[in-house]
Design a protein around this ligand. Structure first.
Ligand code: SF4
Ligand code: SF4
Length: 468
């Protein structure tokens, strides 16, 4: 058992997964079980189901989610976003960054432990396959040390083949999010060599996923993930994290070995919280960058507490302030204020997203043109209309003069507008000379889709200085 002294910062000089010679220390965590593990497993099952079913789910015939980066077309929860939604996208990203920062300040790495795809795939998919093939942590460690006999070769081969196949499945799912299931199905039915570039990309991504989940593993959270690196500046002693109650737990020690009858805390120094940790750390050292908030140590310690007939929660969700002051987590003013800001931010962005017009229209007078006077004295202006579609369907827009009464003539033809694309048209608006009451007359043009007005715009119609 480690003889850790609380308040010592020595453990911060090294990371638990690298030894003194700089070699990787392979982590074989004990299979966790308990209340939080069950909750996380249930949530992971729902999220995995959503992830894999996502490309096949449809709203009004369109995918629920599509992230088509090459064509800059995105669908989130059935709402279409195109290249002209840069403002909303930027706003959403800024909101996302503020959200992450505020959320982490209050709730620590709740995201990492419960919904991060890396944690879910690693702990709920790949680690489970490993437990199934190689057994729990003691058997895994024994297998690591065993010579390369037929049993070891067979188990390792089986594990890595399954890892590769699952990685291939994940790659295909991500590809379906990018190109849609119809195209993916076509690529599959065309055969692997008909689209060699796509196959190569798939294999590269499969290789990346396989490398991450079979080799890199917890190192992604410790050294690669930028969110993990930000924890040091986001967390403070009021942040709720998975924490060891050192006030209650210290002085740690096994009561059976306490020959001097020293007063001991509730921690019996059994090391179970360390055994289950997928990043190989000792939560009793305090909040550490490596902790992904997976709750495995809470379950492990609760199990021990039940066995030794002590209250659960020696390791629990708590802030350092809660622990030092011996108080339970309560909604304080800071939590309520930050949470309110989060709700307001998300509400504003959601409202902007849901209420945006299906079409952006910019109407400009044709460059260099003024008004034209027709032989009968009527006046006409030429306008260039630029359309930016914000809907998935292809359609041909129709432009009408809404106010005042007059004539609108399309110059050339109106082209079909592909979903999310931009297009333009030129129109000639003619007003009768009696309608021209000054140099500027406000007029309103409307853009219709299937006879439904989807956007209207007020513009200026120019007439002569002297009334005709
Ligand atoms: S310290 Fe606990 S919560 Fe943090 S990663 Fe390890 S087991 Fe998970
Ligand atoms: S599991 Fe609980 S009792 Fe055992 S070492 Fe960890 S904190 Fe102490």
């Amino acid at each position: 058992m480690s003889d850790v002294i609380i308040d010592s910062e020595e453990f911060r000089d090294a990371i638990s997964t690298v030894d003194q010679r700089g070699k990787r220390v392979w982590v074989n965590p004990k299979k966790p079980k308990g209340r939080f593990t069950n909750y996380r497993t249930a949530l992971s099952a729902v999220l995995l189901l959503l992830l894999f079913a996502g490309p096949f789910l449809r709203i009004n015939g369109h995918p629920l989610m599509l992230i088509n980066i090459p064509e800059r077309k995105f669908i989130l929860m059935g709402v279409f976003f195109g290249s002209q939604d840069t403002f909303l996208l930027t706003l959403s990203m800024i909101t996302g960054i503020i959200f992450i920062a505020l959320f982490t300040v209050i709730y620590g790495r709740l995201f990492c432990g419960w919904v991060c795809p890396q944690t879910i795939f690693m702990e709920q998919v790949f680690r489970r396959i490993e437990y199934w093939i190689e057994g729990d942590y003691t058997r895994q460690k024994a297998l690591n040390k065993a010579p390369w006999n037929s049993e070891k070769i067979g188990k390792r081969l089986l594990k890595h083949v399954i890892f590769f196949l699952v990685s291939f499945l994940i790659s295909n799912t991500f590809l379906a999010y990018i190109i849609g299931t119809d195209k993916l199905y076509k690529y599959i039915t065309d055969g692997p060599f008909a689209n060699i570039g796509v196959l190569a990309a798939l294999l590269i991504f499969t290789g990346v996923f396989y490398f991450v989940f079979s080799y890199l593993r917890e190192q992604v959270c410790i050294i690669v993930c930028p969110y993990g690196r930000m924890q040091g500046v986001l967390l403070d002693d009021k942040s709720v994290v998975v924490a060891y109650d050192h006030v209650r737990g210290e002085k740690r020690g096994n009561p059976k070995k306490n020959k001097n009858n020293e007063p001991l805390g509730d921690c019996i120094d059994c090391g179970q919280c360390v055994n289950v940790c997928p990043t190989g750390i000792d939560i009793r050292n305090g909040t550490q960058l490596e902790c992904v908030g997976c709750t495995a140590c809470i379950d492990a310690c609760d199990d021990i507490m039940v066995k030794i007939k002590k209250p659960k929660g020696l390791v629990r969700y708590a802030s350092m302030e809660n622990i030092v002051q011996g108080k339970k987590f309560k909604l304080n003013a800071r939590v309520i204020a930050y949470s309110s800001i989060l709700v307001i931010l998300v509400s504003v962005v959601t409202t902007l997203l849901l209420t945006r017009s299906p079409m952006r229209v910019a109407i400009l007078r044709a460059p260099g043109s003024t008004y034209q006077t027709e032989p009968n004295g009527n006046i006409s202006n030429i306008y260039t209309i630029k359309f930016s579609s914000r809907i998935f369907d292809d359609f041909t827009p129709e432009v009408r003069l809404l106010k005042p009464e007059g004539k609108l003539t399309l110059i050339g033809s109106m082209h079909e507008l592909k979903g999310g694309d931009v297009g333009q048209a030129t129109v000639l608006v003619t007003l009768e000379k009696e309608q021209i009451q000054g140099i500027k007359v406000p007029i309103t043009l409307g853009v219709f889709k299937d006879n439904e007005l989807i956007e209207e715009s007020e513009i200026t119609f120019f007439g002569p200085v002297n009334k005709p």
